[in-house]
Structures are given as structure tokens and as C-alpha cells.
Design a binder for this molecule. Structure first.
Ligand SMILES: Nc1ncnc2c1ncn2[C@@H]1O[C@H](COP(=O)(O)OP(=O)(O)OP(=O)(O)O)[C@@H](O)[C@H]1O
Length: 315
């Protein structure tokens, strides 16, 4: 059996003249939390719907749990949260799960564990209508967990939640990952995938443009050098490291190199008669990487909204 729970090859969906998803090769390994990262409209929801058999691809193939999308036996082992989950407003959270358990033919004994996992045990007898958005979303996760699924597919699970609700949901997702669940989740927030995910696939304008672990995508850090005169310093460092890896930002040089290079670079600058005023090491964030990836492309710019200074949002 393949090591991948999800595997697509050249998966494509075309609506009219619009390529919503283009030639997508995506692989999700057993036991990982895979973040499908991209701005709104990049094609995340369309991909997830194809994986669940809700819409048909225009071309290309997909296998989910070793079966074609929509295969009933495979669907029985997939927990999903795609679009707002529908619950009966006048039933309690627990009774809603009872209805679903009966419908999915799973034992009611799973309900307690699911409520516990999403931290709703103390509010289980309250009516769904009285739940906060975060609680409603967590009940959606509990519903997805009822089947004790091999794979969870979650489309923007934190979408629309307030900061506290987002933090709860992220903790929940990471906790499920730590407990060994395989999760494919989509997000437009860099900080979110950085916090939750083991591996990330970046989708931009319908195509997967990069895939790797968060560390691989970050590709190490950057050495920041404040020197005088700066232009002479730039010439010196461009002889020492790949010139493409040297940029000038905010009046200082930013070098994509290794931390160990710092001493050598400092020495060479001093020997060249340049004053080195400051030399610091900065970890690259996924935001840096995402901006590099997307601005390399001659396409419309991605706006980086920041509703919260701690939140990096690529909508
Ligand atoms: N049923 C449809 N008919 C026509 N175009 C569609 C349809 N569904 C999606 N699209 C288009 O396909 C593209 C990808 O949409 P999709 O919803 O998959 O993006 P997304 O990355 O999930 O973004 P969002 O976070 O906004 O949902 C968009 O341009 C969208 O307008």
C-alpha cells in the first residue's frame, strides 16, 4: 500500500475559461498535518471538494485512502469539515452528535470521547443555537471525529473565528496531529500553518508552487549586516556568497547564508576597510518565503492584510 493517504496527479478543474485548480500533484503522508496554504481563490476548496468526490475533476487523477474520490468505503474513514457544518439549532451538541452517530452507524460510545477532545463536555447539553461560532466549529470537528477517521480533511477550520476561537482551534488541530491523526487542512494564514503543520503545500493561482516542511520552506535564516559604507560592503559580500542571496533592506544587507558564515564575512569586511556596525542573525518566516515565491511571478500581486499584528494573512 502507498505511504500516501492522499495522492493526486495533474489534478485539474476548469470552470468555463477559469482554471480553478491546475495540474496539482499533492501528497499527504500518513500521520502528518499537511497545510494547504494559499490566498483566497487559489483553489483550495475546489481541491478538497474533488478529493471528497463532491465535484468531478476536469482531468488528472486523485486517490484518497487508496481509492478514487467518493468511494463509500473510503468516505467512511474520512472526517471532513468543508463549509459550515449543518446542525439542528434546537438540539444540544450531544443530541446532534447522537443523530449523526446513528446516521453513520457508529457506536454512541464515541460521543463522549469526541466531545472531550474538542473541549465541549461541559456544554454538551446546551442547545446548539446558544453556542459561540468557535464552539459550533469545534462541534463540527467532534462530528468529523465520530467515525474515528483515518484522515481528516478540514477546509479553513479557523475561518471566521475570533482570536480566542482561532487559538482553540489551532491547539485542537495540533493536538489531533500529536495524537497521530492525519490531517489535510487549508488556510490562508501563514502563521497558522507555521504553528500547526508538519508539511506545507503552497497553492498560488491554482498551482502548487512549493511543498516541504516548514523548516525546508523557510530554508534557514538570514544574516543582517549594518555596515558603512553600505555599497562597498555589498560588493564585498557579493564576492563571498551567491550574489542572488544578497539584498538590501531597510538600510542593511540581508544575506541568505549560514550562521557559521558570520565570522568570515565580518573579517573580510573589516579587512576591506569597512566599518561593521551590526551583525545579526534573523530566522526567516514563512511570510518572507511566501512573498519571495509569489512576487517572483509576473502576476497580480498578493496583498498581505494584517488585521492583527501577530497574524499574517495572505488573503
Ligand atoms: N462552482 C464554481 N463555478 C465557477 N467558478 C468557481 C466555482 N467554484 C470555484 N470557482 C472559482 O475557482 C477559483 C478557486 O476557488 P476556490 O474556492 O477553490 O479557492 P480557495 O482557495 O478555496 O479560496 P477561498 O479561501 O476563498 O475559498 C476561484 O477563482 C473561484 O471563483
Amino acid at each position: 500500500m502507498t505511504e500516501y493517504l492522499v495522492e493526486t496527479a495533474k489534478l485539474t478543474k476548469i470552470y468555463g475559461r477559469r482554471r480553478a485548480v491546475d495540474d496539482l500533484d499533492l501528497r499527504v503522508r500518513a500521520g502528518e498535518v499537511y497545510g494547504f496554504l494559499g490566498p483566497n481563490g487559489a483553489g483550495k476548496t475546489t481541491t478538497m471538494k474533488m478529493l471528497l468526490g463532491l465535484i468531478r475533476p476536469t482531468s488528472g487523477t486523485a486517490e484518497v485512502l487508496g481509492a478514487p474520490p467518493g468511494d463509500p468505503a473510503a468516505l467512511a474513514k474520512i472526517g471532513m469539515l468543508v463549509e459550515t457544518p449543518a446542525f439542528y439549532p434546537y438540539l444540544s451538541g450531544r443530541d446532534n452528535l447522537r443523530v449523526l452517530a446513528r446516521y453513520a452507524a457508529v457506536p454512541e460510545s464515541r460521543i463522549d470521547a469526541a466531545l472531550e477532545t474538542v473541549d465541549l463536555s461541559s456544554r454538551d447539553r446546551d442547545r446548539f443555537a446558544t453556542y459561540s461560532l468557535g464552539m459550533k466549529q469545534r462541534l463540527g470537528v467532534a462530528a468529523a471525529l465520530l467515525k474515528d477517521p483515518d484522515l481528516l480533511i478540514m477546509d479553513e477550520p479557523t475561518n471566521g473565528l475570533d482570536p480566542a476561537g482561532m487559538a482553540d482551534m489551532r491547539r485542537l488541530m495540533r493536538g489531533l496531529g500529536d495524537a497521530g491523526r492525519t490531517i489535510l487542512l487549508s488556510s490562508h494564514m501563514l502563521s497558522e500553518v507555521e504553528e500547526i503543520c508538519d508539511r506545507v503545500g503552497v497553492i498560488f493561482q491554482s498551482r502548487l508552487i512549493r511543498e516541504g516542511t516548514v523548516d525546508q520552506l523557510r530554508g534557514g535564516g538570514a544574516l543582517q549586516v549594518t555596515a558603512d559604507p553600505l555599497d562597498a560592503a555589498e560588493l564585498v559580500v557579493k564576492r563571498l556568497v551567491d550574489a542572488d542571496h544578497v539584498t538590501v533592506q531597510d538600510g542593511r544587507l540581508r544575506l541568505r547564508t549560514t550562521r557559521e558564515d558570520a565570522a568570515r564575512i565580518n573579517r573580510e569586511l573589516v579587512v576591506a576597510g569597512i566599518d561593521v556596525l551590526e551583525l545579526t542573525w534573523a530566522e526567516r518566516t514563512l511570510e518572507d518565503v511566501f512573498l519571495e515565491m509569489t512576487t517572483e511571478r509576473p502576476t497580480e500581486p498578493v496583498t498581505v492584510g494584517r488585521p492583527d499584528p501577530n497574524e499574517r494573512d495572505v488573503r
